[in-house]
Design a protein around this ligand. Structure first.
Ligand code: MN
Length: 248
């Protein structure tokens, strides 16, 4: 079994072809995230009611400054889905100038999610882990946060673990020394696999959702386990998450 906990199905050059392949692969579960509320309905159609592919309502921090008018749409779709992502904050140099609007939107979203009883959330926290954790702490009834491709420091990671966050980890993260250093500090039962495809490429070709399975080989070395055991462990984590969040 393979789980891709963070994949942008709608952003492949041929999303229909990729989603068709995903639907026929009975060993694959996907959280299909979006970057803007406007993309949600179209992306939902890609899943075509397949129970293994769930579509998340998102508002990516890198574009909220151009699209904040879609917040209303976000709120109107929210009751229709149990899945949120990609949301969060981005403190990268070129986006720092939009920090105020990012924070405003993120807070609005967390507030709405809290009001509706919480959701499963896939969260972006590039160069902003501390701020993301602070907000998650303030809005504490928002459900289950999954920090996707965590790139914060060790102190921030420990804080996130303490706050009960889950982590989705992909091949790209585990290919860096820093990613490997962080991953050893994540509790084994809080790790999920992801690709962040099609943004993540190997040899210039975008990863495909089923490539999320390759982290089993990388984690096997780190955990000193057999990769088949890792695969079982990762799927158990997913099933556990589904159970506690009432998803899938
Ligand atoms: Mn992403």
């Amino acid at each position: 079994m393979t789980v891709d906990m963070h994949c942008h199905l709608d952003l492949y050059p041929d999303p229909f072809m990729v989603s068709r392949q995903c639907k026929t692969n009975e060993k694959l579960y996907i959280l299909s995230v979006t970057t803007t509320p406007k993309a949600w309905h179209g992306t939902l159609k890609l899943a075509d009611n397949n129970p293994r592919i769930q579509t998340a309502l998102g508002f990516h921090p890198q574009i909220v400054h151009e699209r904040y008018r879609e917040l209303e749409l976000f709120d109107s779709i929210l009751p229709d889905t149990k899945y949120i992502g990609e949301i969060g904050l981005d403190g990268s140099k070129n986006l720092k100038k939009h920090w105020d609007i990012q924070l405003k939107v993120f807070r609005h979203i967390l507030h709405s999610i809290q009001n509706i009883g919480g959701r499963l959330m896939s969260i972006h926290s590039r160069a902003s882990a501390d701020a993301v954790l602070l907000e998650l702490n303030k809005y504490s009834d928002t459900g289950i946060p999954i920090l996707h491709w965590f790139t914060g420091n060790i102190t921030e990671l420990k804080k996130a673990v303490k706050q009960g966050c889950w982590f989705s980890v992909g091949p790209a993260m585990l290919n860096t020394k820093r990613g490997q250093e962080l991953v050893v500090l994540i509790p084994e039962d809080k790790i999920l696999s992801e690709t962040d495809a099609p943004f993540v490429k190997v040899k210039n070709k975008p990863l495909l959702p089923w490539d999320a399975s390759s982290i089993s080989l990388q984690l096997a070395k780190i955990w000193k386990m057999d990769s088949s055991e890792v695969e079982i462990k990762l799927f158990e984590n997913f099933k556990n998450l589904a159970k506690i969040s009432g998803t899938w």
